[in-house]
Ligand binder design. Structure first.
Ligand code: ZN
Length: 170
């Protein structure tokens, strides 16, 4: 298990069957930060690995577990949106053609430099999953506030501190 690189070439033989693990926060995820409630929590834990699929295709598989501050669109109070995503995406070289994997398969075509940027990948996955109108699951039933939105820029636990706690458990 290695730390998440800033970028990697998923087609390099040495990338195959590698597994990366890390945590990302607002600084690494500026587009998610822009979509999050100002001053609220933003922490994403992720694992990524590159595998070879049954048709010889290269796949990025991973886990994205995030907690992101949002505003409930019913009561307008802060709420914590939790996501637990399990992306499984066929990756295609720049200008390449995807293998015949079916129309329902997610395909990611890399940019011209052929590099996968895990933070951007995670942002895309989260922004696709983010609800347009987030709501408390049991809004209006007198639940306590899930967190207090602090002044802008106040960081919650840093991702590295939380990663350290996770590591201590092993
Ligand atoms: Zn609510």
């Amino acid at each position: 298990m290695s730390r998440i690189p800033v970028s990697l070439d998923p087609f390099l033989p040495r990338a195959l069957n590698q597994r990366w693990e890390g945590a990302l926060g607002a600084d690494e995820l500026p587009r998610v930060h822009a979509a999050a409630l100002e001053g609220g929590p933003l922490l994403v834990r992720l694992t990524l690995r590159i595998v070879r699929g049954a048709l010889g295709e290269t796949r990025i598989q991973g886990t994205i577990d995030g907690e992101i501050g949002q505003q409930c669109q019913r009561c307008l109070q802060p709420m914590l949106w939790k996501c637990s995503l399990r992306p499984d995406v066929v990756v295609v070289a720049p200008g390449g053609t995807p293998p015949e994997v079916g129309d329902d398969q997610d395909v990611l075509e890399l940019g011209a430099d052929g590099q996968l940027r895990p933070a951007e990948f995670v942002e895309d996955e989260i922004l696709l999953a983010l609800p347009l109108a987030p709501r408390h699951e049991s809004c209006g039933t007198g639940l306590p506030r899930e967190f207090e939105a602090g002044p802008a820029g106040r960081a919650a636990d840093s991702p590295f501190a939380i990663l350290g706690k996770l590591k201590d458990r092993h």
